[in-house]
Design a protein around this ligand. Structure first.
Ligand SMILES: [Zn+2]
Length: 237
């Protein structure tokens, strides 16, 4: 392989490496993984939220039960006063009865709240294992996908490493000037600043190469460009 042909091979290696890198970035498994990751995070959030709501609900129940006990104690006291026969005046009795009525309403209200809190607690206790199950299932799926995705990524990366090694071997055998010329013109030609002559045709632009250019290529390899597209010309092998 002449130096120019090695440079041409380098161009092919670079193009393949770019293609692989693109593939790596847009790997379907990565998008699938991200989606599953989001779903798993959402499931975990549901578990935490359910647990927190359950804790709050239990606190509320304790609170309500305590208040209820207080009211029941007060009710007992009033009952004792009302029917204890301690000789209250009518006005005092009326006031006590009014108070008893108010306590009764408060108690009913508390009991209603307690009942509703207990129903909520029951529903949360039922929802929690389901939320856990869902999370565990998604998490296991995520781990499995992570493993298979890693295998695919590993395969692409090892192919990339192979190309990188070949690239290094090639660049060591090509002169700085030619490499610089190649690098400089890469962007302008979408990674293909070199063209081969195949059956007297420039592989870059498909235009026939003149006899003068062909002769020039023999005399000045590495310094002959296509008259039409301007690519650096490489003789076919
Ligand atoms: Zn051309």
């Amino acid at each position: 392989m002449t130096e120019l042909q090695k440079l041409y091979r380098l161009q092919q290696v670079d193009l393949q490496a770019e293609q692989l890198q693109k593939e790596l970035k847009t790997l379907p498994v990565i998008a699938a993984f991200q989606q599953l990751q989001n779903e798993t995070a959402a499931a975990k959030k549901t578990v935490t939220e359910t647990e927190n709501r359950l804790k709050d609900c239990e606190k509320l129940i304790k609170h309500l039960e305590f208040d209820l006990q207080q009211i029941e104690a007060e009710q007992k006291d009033i009952q004792a006063e009302l029917y204890g026969g301690s000789g209250h005046k009518a006005k005092e009795l009326a006031s006590l009865e009014k108070k008893a009525g108010k306590l009764g309403r408060e108690k009913a209200e508390l009991e209603e709240k307690l009942l509703s809190a207990m129903e909520t607690k029951e529903a949360l206790e039922q929802a929690l294992p389901e939320a856990w199950e869902k999370y565990k299932k998604l998490h296991a799926e995520l781990l499995a996908l992570h493993k298979s995705g890693n295998e695919k990524i590993h395969e692409l990366k090892s192919r990339l490493a192979g190309l990188q090694a070949e690239r290094e071997a090639l660049t060591a055998q090509i002169s700085e000037n030619l490499l610089a010329e190649y690098k400089k013109r890469r962007a302008q030609y979408q990674g293909k600043p070199l063209a081969r002559i195949e059956n007297d045709i420039c592989s870059g632009c498909r235009v026939v190469i003149s006899f003068t250019v062909k002769r020039s290529l023999q005399q000045f390899p590495g310094n002959t460009y296509c008259e039409n597209c301007g690519r650096l010309l490489v003789p076919s092998e």
